[in-house]
Ligand binder design. Structure first.
Ligand SMILES: Cc1cc2nc3c(=O)[nH]c(=O)nc-3n(C[C@H](O)[C@H](O)[C@H](O)COP(=O)(O)O)c2cc1C
Length: 173
């Protein structure tokens, strides 16, 4: 699938079949996550792949009301920022690095025919604390987002055109 087609067909998937995701595909998705631009190439992220169903259930509780899709997912990928790698003069850039990594993984999954939904964690302080505790993350590691991944129960590869001309300005506002 071409990149533009992956973007046009992607929609959040919240209900999954029982089919697992191969290690080969997991690695392709993670590689995509690690292939985006990164501020001063500091690559300020780390990932936790969660395949254990019980842990996925606990993670869905820790991440609050809207993290239900993790319960039926084949796996979750917890995207974390690594503050030890952050730039002292612009520490917040880790958030952008983590966001790019997450979106790259969403598109890679779509390309592989795997559905996903992005579940926000940071900057909701309660979610950050709960997830950090559950996953026993080191001090410098901040949970940013979670991807729930799996094969869609109701696959929908219809292309959407989400262009909004009134959001775009050429040469002047
Ligand atoms: C930062 C961020 C946080 C999100 N958090 C959640 C969430 O907690 N639960 C959820 O079901 N979807 C979540 N989503 C998915 C959005 O609801 C979804 O992308 C949006 O409604 C547009 O739908 P689409 O992805 O099908 O185009 C999140 C998306 C982003 C980018």
């Amino acid at each position: 699938m071409e990149t533009l087609k992956a973007m046009a067909t992607r929609k959040s998937v919240r209900e999954f079949t029982d089919e697992g995701i191969t290690f080969e595909d997991i690695k392709k998705i993670l590689t995509a996550g690690m292939s985006g631009p990164s501020c001063m190439n500091k690559r300020m992220w780390s990932f936790v792949v969660i395949r254990n169903k019980e842990l996925l259930g606990k993670l869905s509780v820790a991440n609050g009301l809207y993290a239900g899709p993790l319960r039926g997912a084949a796996l979750g990928i917890l995207v974390c920022g690594d503050l030890e790698r952050a730039l002292p003069e612009a520490p917040e850039y880790w958030v952008i690095d983590a966001s790019i990594a997450t979106q790259n993984m969403v598109l890679a999954a779509q390309d592989l025919g795997i559905g996903s939904v992005w579940l926000g964690c940071w900057p909701c302080e309660d979610r950050v604390q709960e997830v950090k505790e559950l996953m026993a993350l080191p001090e410098n590691i901040v949970p940013h987002s979670i991807l729930a991944l799996g094969y869609a129960k109701e696959p929908d590869n219809e292309e959407r055109d989400l262009y909004e001309s009134d959001r775009v300005h050429f040469d002047e506002w």
